[in-house]
Design a binder for this molecule. Sequence first.
Ligand SMILES: [Zn+2]
Length: 176
Amino acid sequence: MRRFFLMEKSSPRNQKWLEDRMHQVLERGFSDLIPANKIEIKFGQAARTRLGSIRLLRDKKKSRILINRLFQIEKIPLIVVDLTIAHELVHYVHGFSSPLEQKFCTPHAGGVVDKELKARGFGQDLLFQKNWLKKNWRLFLIQHQNQIRGFIRKPRSLHRRNSRLKIRFLAGLFGA
Ligand SMILES: [Zn+2]
């Protein structure tokens, strides 16, 4: 048994909690959404750069949202969790990884996800999420590196030197 799969049982942020979060997000910003299949949500792998993802299962009866397992740790603000769920739901609404009609060529074309989040009332939350991640995510990852498969901590000097890379790294967090 690997360490990173053991977290869920002892954490109040369990499967039921995650499903509750999704229902709250749906109620708050997606009341117009009539799902064309079942939307399932689960914790996926602990990861450095992927906060969440959505995919359509092969039989198309389910779309599955996976949320970074590190979000079980209570240091991660609720807004950050909710926004990640909302981001994936926007993909669903746009017809990516869902049976709904596809509205754009690619999932992130022209910042369509953030635009949709703002239109659905998540503008402030989006700002909060981005700022929080920028300020806290790297340190959080270092503190929890033993929970991430294959995490290699770079020497400090490299961190400092590569601030440009760091910005690109942060930008990449919103790419999933
Ligand atoms: Zn995305």
